[in-house]
Design a protein around this ligand. Structure first.
Ligand SMILES: Nc1ncnc2c1ncn2[C@@H]1O[C@H](COP(=O)(O)OP(=O)(O)O)[C@@H](O)[C@H]1O
Ligand SMILES: [Mg+2]
Length: 278
């Protein structure tokens, strides 16, 4: 498994604080996969994300993009931020312009693209994200779910190779969450490596190919969702919930049969149940 992004012994403290937000953190993001970064509040997920695009610079250790340590100078960071797209948890932090159209075209203009290309790409992404009808609506008139779509569109329009989403489903209703996950699957099929920070263990279990668990600024677990979440005691001691589907599954006699892998979504779970009752 090759890593597209890595941190090696990265430590970082916020100014004026004693605790290390990241404490010799080692992680590797597998290229082409969907990785979930889990951990309770304050474990360092957002701080890690702010290191990926060089908003924060480690006090010690190094951050590598495609095996090359980041350079913290303007030109290199500008290029890096086209390769790596970061969607903040709070869209208010990301959306600084007046309308979705202005927001989505801003990054393209910054990248120096010609005007017809800018228009074409902006319209295409607004339509993909199903917000073309809102293109010229003032951002402060949009719902939170709509703002999240605009923030995602503004990042996707730059066609990043790695997309990081910080708690993308926080405060979304079920339908908006479902739509977002479907959208992420389409993005993933286009070959983009995805990383999501989340404290929704049900989502991490169902969605991810690979899971990293952070605790106090360190990576304490890394593995497949089944590997990670079957370690009930460790998961609970880290203040995380066991995914409900896995918990139910492990209570069935089925779960102990060799060669039967735990279902990761409701449809698979149902088909196992139907088989065993028929
Ligand atoms: N702007 C900040 N100033 C000072 N401390 C911060 C700031 N942001 C985060 N921290 C601290 O850094 C640690 C990691 O926080 P964070 O990366 O936000 O965790 P998570 O995203 O996993 O909830 C916590 O102890 C938190 O209190
Ligand atoms: Mg956070």
């Amino acid at each position: 498994m090759s890593a597209i992004f890595e941190t090696q012994a990265v430590s970082f403290s916020y100014p004026g604080t004693q605790t290390k937000a990241l404490n010799e953190l080692n992680i590797a993001i597998p290229e082409g996969k969907k990785t979930a970064i889990c951990g309770h509040n304050g474990s360092g997920k957002s701080t890690l994300f702010l290191h990926t695009i060089g908003i924060h610079e480690p006090a010690s250790g190094q951050v590598l993009w495609k095996n090359t340590p980041l350079k913290y100078e303007r030109k290199a960071l500008k290029q890096l931020r086209q390769d790596i797209g970061l969607v903040f948890q709070d869209p208010e932090q990301q959306l600084i312009l007046n309308t979705p159209y202005e927001d989505v075209t801003y990054g393209l203009r910054n990248a120096g693209l010609p005007e017809p290309e800018i228009k074409h790409r902006a319209e295409a992404i607004l339509s993909t994200m199903r917000i073309e009808h809102l293109a010229h609506t003032p951002i402060h008139h949009l719902s939170l779910g709509q703002k999240k779509r605009v923030a995602l569109a503004g990042v996707l329009v730059l066609e990043p190779k790695l997309l990081l989403l910080d708690e993308p489903t926080a405060y979304l209703d079920r339908i908006s969450e479902q739509q977002l996950i479907e959208e992420l699957d389409r993005i993933h099929h286009r070959g983009i490596t995805l990383v999501m920070a989340t404290h929704d263990m049900n989502l991490a279990y169902a969605w991810a190919d690979w899971v990293l668990v952070l605790d106090r600024g360190q990576c304490v677990m890394a593995g497949t969702p089944s590997d990670i979440f079957s370690q009930t005691d460790t998961i609970q001691s880290l203040g995380l919930d066991k995914p409900m589907l896995l918990d139910l599954w492990e209570s069935l006699p089925e779960a102990n049969r060799e060669g039967v892998s735990a279902p990761r979504n409701v449809a698979d779970f149902k088909s196992h149940l139907l088989k065993s009752f028929s």
